[in-house]
Design a protein around this ligand. Structure first.
Ligand code: FES
Length: 256
């Protein structure tokens, strides 16, 4: 018997009656906005460090500060020398794959909704087989995360007129701290971190320390999607905050 559903084109054919398209549409908008802003911020190559009033607040898009550390001089914004690691982590993340396969490639758009392909091809052939490098992006992004923690800590040290450092707290310090906490909760909920902690173990009771770490990672892993979005927002907002302050739109208020 021919039904109304079968008369629909293949793409988007479904018997679902709920608003299934809301999630992929919201994902498409969210990732597009973040992607466009990130590209804009990365290309700038300036206004990424706020030093007003002795502060030292570095945009997370430019951490580690390779220019200051090594005196690098490259004919492009050196943010690109940094962003490949956290960007690669997100691009190959198991959660984000699902999100952008659905929202950008409609493959499929949602559960029980037809996509454009007749066969499921998996990730066994080029280029999707490259998603398997995810664990290496995890290692690289963890190193970058260490620098972000350093930079968040550094933002609580203010340069005095005499040249020494003193403890202080600005709104920007708190923004950078909140960002690195969110990024850590996202990064350490990674499937690769979970495998690193508990993989290849046949006996948890024989390796109790690893078991405890595995349980912690699993706790974060269960909320990985949430931290993926929260940290995406915090990293973008942290850059925006530092950028506007460095540009002179406002001065970061020092709380004490
Ligand atoms: Fe999401 Fe690794 S960062 S699975």
């Amino acid at each position: 018997m021919t039904t109304t559903t079968h008369a629909l084109p293949r793409l988007g054919r479904t018997e679902r009656r709920d608003r299934w398209w809301e999630a992929p549409l919201a994902t498409f908008v969210g990732l597009s906005v973040f992607g466009a802003y990130s590209l804009f911020a990365a290309i700038q190559g300036r206004h990424y460090l706020y030093t007003g009033g002795g502060a030292h607040e570095l945009s997370p898009f430019y951490s580690p500060d390779l220019k200051s550390l090594f005196g690098l001089s490259v004919p492009f914004s050196y943010a690109f020398l940094v962003l490949w690691a956290p960007g690669g982590l997100r691009l190959t993340c198991y959660y984000y794959r699902k999100a952008y396969y659905r929202s950008f490639f409609l493959s499929p758009p949602a559960c029980a909704v037809s996509g454009p392909r007749r066969r499921y091809l998996g990730e066994r052939t080029f280029p999707l087989v490259l998603q398997n490098v995810h664990r290496y992006f995890f290692y690289a992004a963890t190193i970058v995360l260490g620098f972000l923690w350093y930079d968040a800590g550094r933002s609580f040290a203010y340069r005095t007129p005499g040249g020494s450092l003193e403890f202080g707290v600005g709104i920007g310090s708190l923004v950078l701290l909140a960002n690195v906490v969110a990024l850590s909760l996202f990064t350490f909920g990674c499937n690769s971190a979970r495998h690193l902690a508990g993989g290849h173990l046949d006996c948890f009771s024989c390796a109790r320390a690893r078991y405890r770490v595995w349980r912690g990672v699993t706790f974060l892993n269960l909320r990985h999607r949430d931290w993926a979005w929260i940290s995406l927002a915090t990293v973008g907002l942290a850059d925006l905050y530092v950028r506007l302050a460095a540009y002179g739109v406002f001065h970061d208020p020092r709380l004490f």
